[in-house]
Design a protein around this ligand. Sequence first.
Ligand code: ADP
Length: 497
Amino acid sequence: MKPGQGVLRILFVAAEASPWVKSGGLGDVMGALPRELFQRGHEVATVLPLFAAVDRAEAGLELLATIHVRFQGIDFPTRIFAAAYPRSECRALFIENQYYFERTGLYDDPLTGKPWPDDDERWFFFQTALLELVRQTEMSPDLIVCCDWHTALIPALLRIRHQENVALRNTRSVLSLHNLGYQGKLPAESLTKLGLPRELLFPLSPFEFYGQLNCLKAGICFADEVVTVSPTYALEICTPERGDGLDGVLRQHGERVHGILNGIDTDTWNPATDPFLEEPYTSGSLARKAANRPRLLREFGLDPGFGGPVLAMVTRLTGQKGMNILAGCLDRLLQRDLRLVILGTGEPQFEKFLADVAQVHPDRLGVRLEYSEPLSHLAYAGSDFFLMPSRYEPCGLSQMYAMRYGSLPVVHATGGLKDTVVPFLEDADRATGFAFTEYNAEALLEAVDTALSAWRNPRAMRRLQKNAMKVDFSWAHSAQLYEELFHKVREHSRWGE
Ligand code: ADP
């Protein structure tokens, strides 16, 4: 077989994958990329925890195997279930552990709003079980793609614990970084729960970060290659401003750090066929998009007859998503002749703030503090503009959905937002949205004002919407880049085997 060709055996390992369990972009990517690579002829599966949120009947789960996982001195007989991706034969495998995963709340305890206190054990169990699954069922994948800190110790475990293992000896690893803001910083003692000696945590070791265990750092140091979700973010994380303390390590491994832009699932996110819309439409029938606006406004408690510009946000309510600068200008923003709808959940102080402002401006601001897939689709379809003032943004999918639905994004020019939106003030003919560079409330407001002036010119607005809707954000191109990277990983291990 020629290098760079042939069928790859790929195992993706992640905390979430749409449609079974999703809290953000990672879920979307895991719902689409594995399927796309499978469609391209590779042997692909995705491994997930069997969270309580997974609807077992809807997913059509089937028992695949029962494996034995020795973890913290206890033998856990562990059931593995399988389900098929929608419209595909690509499979997702679910690792069951009622104690660790059957809780409401994926990452945080809903009662405290904080990460589960036994987060180390939960994710160590998952990673241990994953490697046992591969070993006991003799899957022998060419590579394991580990997503974010929850799975970032797998590359280290492969090197340290499974080198002699026939089933895993030739398995390479890729660390996929979806958000450097979450690193899995855990108490030093945690390492022993994984059955690894505490001595591995010597100062400046791959595991150590200011005296703590840092899962992501270990992943970066041990993985064969590191990939993140946009070219700009790949550069940004190597700088002190955006590296969140890991920029030095990332620079050290610089030539192994890649940026591949996420795509979107263009079947699920298609305004022409979307079942959640009041009225489907295409870039050729934009007038029909307008039928979605009254329904959106009504769903958010606003006057459905409003004829001016409608702005939307669908977001986690966190500092990363620009909530601070939005808070800094929300009152002034709402003095413009516009309506704003916000669909989101997140940090309690932002939820309270938005609920309070909505009480002051009930006719202008509609807020729904919930997670709703149907409402999110309607928000992209029923709005004219989509606000995404993220402080940093690894890739961002929402702005791509917005563009596909003809809702023009107003974004902070950072990370993947910079890679996907052509700003109006840079190139009025090719523009697909609006952007601001300085990260502050004034700049955000100015960008909104530019958007509103475009709105007053229906012809310009149409052109921008058509531009945005025509951009090809499908996975085809990115999947090919992943394929090339994965072939390279299989052909050349950095460990020299
Ligand atoms: P991130 O992964 O950082 O949250 P992305 O833009 O990459 O940001 O992905 C966000 C995804 O989560 C999009 O699919 C968006 O529609 C969805 N989403 C975020 N908040 C909500 C919500 N409250 N209800 C429904 N979908 C949401």
